[in-house]
Design a binder for this molecule. Sequence first.
Ligand SMILES: Nc1ncnc2c1ncn2[C@@H]1O[C@H](COP(=O)(O)OP(=O)(O)OP(=O)(O)O)[C@@H](O)[C@H]1O
Ligand SMILES: [Mg+2]
Length: 290
Amino acid sequence: MTLVDRDFQGAAGDAGTKDLASVQDTAGAERPLIELRQVSKTFGTVKALQDLEVSIRPGELVTVVGPSGCGKSTLFNILAGLEEPDPGNILRLKGVSSAASDLLGKVSFMPQRDLLLPWRNVIDNAILALEIEGMPRAEARKLAMDMLPEFGLAGFEAQYPNQLSGGMRQRVALMRTFLFKRDLMLLDEPFGALDALTRTMMQRWLLDVWQKHKRTVLFITHDVDEAIFLGDRVLVMTARPGRIKLEQVVELPRPRKANIVTSLEFISLKKTLLEAIEEESMKSFQVAGH
Ligand SMILES: Nc1ncnc2c1ncn2[C@@H]1O[C@H](COP(=O)(O)OP(=O)(O)OP(=O)(O)O)[C@@H](O)[C@H]1O
Ligand SMILES: [Mg+2]
């Protein structure tokens, strides 16, 4: 597997995460945790991304929305070090110029599909990435066991994926992503397969966990309410080739209660975002129809 990066391990973990609060340049101004400039990605004849510019500050929770096929997962694959962008891009992690492949093992990534291994039980699925990077199984299991209650999985450690509900499977995948402690966490539609009620509960739970653990999160979703409810900022991507169409700051106070979705501020943000997304979705359908 590709998540191994022992060199980075020493700088990660709790200490590494706390260090983020003090990622500062010499002038004392907070510098981005990750910065992308002129990032394009071509697959054969398909231009997935074009001149994408993104900058994420430490501790932010940034949500990403955009039409299907606009390059969101491609962006995450680049940030996870699994795909190299076209030449000419600039990619900086904590101010250091990097190739995408340098990011391999430096971010924690929950892919669009949960990818639980059916032959491993809850605990052994949760510790997969830790085990791959060399942590003794007993130590990794102890860490995961301690985290089970927080993920609503206490008592389910010995169950196999086919014995779990969809929401529980996603929590196991999230727990695996959390246990692999890295400064940046990428979540690709983590609640995509859930019913509305479970989804709402998971969103509130994620906000609690994020606030407690102070992680930096990039979160892809198709759900505009979810994007606003969770995000410090919402990035709207254009139809393919994807780039950032709109960067909407969400100034709703935290902690956010469920009924915030009925506030005037929320509704006004939703209107702005829906208009931007609809325009792009129409474009991608028109292209698809020809
Ligand atoms: N490995 C690949 N090889 C060839 N084409 C690819 C590859 N990965 C993605 N693409 C293409 O790049 C484009 C963007 O795909 P991507 O999966 O990033 O979209 P997305 O925004 O995540 O879509 P969705 O919302 O449906 O998940 C699509 O046209 C897709 O077919
Ligand atoms: Mg995708």
